[in-house]
Write a protein that binds this ligand. Sequence first.
Ligand SMILES: *Cc1c(COP(=O)(O)O)cnc(C)c1O
Length: 393
Amino acid sequence: MKFETRALHVGQAPDANGAVVPGIELSTTFAQRSPGHPLGAYDYSRSGNPTRERLEQCVASLEGGKHGLAFASGLAATVTLMHTLKPGDHVVCIDDVYGGTQRYFRRVAKGMGIRFSFVDFGAHAEHLESAMEPETKMIWLETPTNPTMKVVDITQTARIARGHTGVVLVVDNTFMSPFCQRPLELGADVSFNSVSKYINGHSDVIMGMLCLSDDTLHSKLRFLQNSLGAVPSPFDCYLALRGAKTLAVRMRQHETNARQVAAYLEAHPHVRQVLYPGLESHAQRDVAARQNYCAGGMLSFVLDGGLLESKRFLEHCSIMTLAESLGGVESLIEHPALMTHASVSPDVRERLGISDSLIRLSVGLEHIDDLLAELAAALDAAFSKTKCPDPVS
Ligand SMILES: *Cc1c(COP(=O)(O)O)cnc(C)c1O
């Protein structure tokens, strides 16, 4: 079955009543006919729940993996995965990793004895190779990166991981979703998704998932999922499954809109640079074309101004809601230096290219004419010579 069909049917066969949309199984516990012999496959919902299992099977199939595990948030998935490591183990992580992942690695996991090297292995495979140690047990890659949209070659990274025994390659696939990028097909061991973004797609669920094919690692993670207990609610699993059904159509339209927005911004006199993997001007466009099925809906751009212009511009956006997060049906726009990446130190921000004039946009499914009209008006307002009211400080 093709992607679109699997999104609708894997894990979603009609239930015992014939319900075409299987119900939400809210029960925390399941009856047993004799001690230790449950009537069905479940005994307690932390350990296993039918609604969660439907979602896990569906998303695993979309990622091209054998197994899927759902968690209460993307970070809960990360924490659970890190529990497969022990003190003294070493992790090589891409330097501009998602802020929440970075905070957990640097400020929590490090205190528990896991060692980290943060490396720019974007364009230079040799940086990654030279960071590998005998104790390296995991490589954590995120591509495209946030918010500068650097694309890293997953196949090449997987080749380096294979050259060292016992190294698990994890790819954070949140920015692309399994419709646009399937890390397991490219040699990664685990594909990570913050389901809160594109997979659920409607900005109303916080959830994370790990997808993989290795049976041994899966057993460990299944044990940890139950032992740590950071599981999502059945209701949220139902919503995420409903969201996943339309992932393909949403991603196609996100991409169509994003391509037009990127082209418009690139031609605009007040925009210095547009960072979008679907553009000819993107530094790693060849890698992106090779490893991605679609260029997705995330882009960043650099205004030809400073903080004042950025604030004016963002305060004039209304359809494009000024808010953190991404991947929802509605467009979300934000200022990484003051919002999502405010906790990153100024020198690191500068090194990563997160300046005061950088804007990140999650292009939604509004009509393209409305998006372009709003961009035009907000850019006009931001750069107009007539005195604007001072931005909110
Ligand atoms: C949001 C996000 C996460 C964390 O997921 P939560 O569901 O917010 O816990 C991890 N990685 C990326 C790239 C994200 O955008």
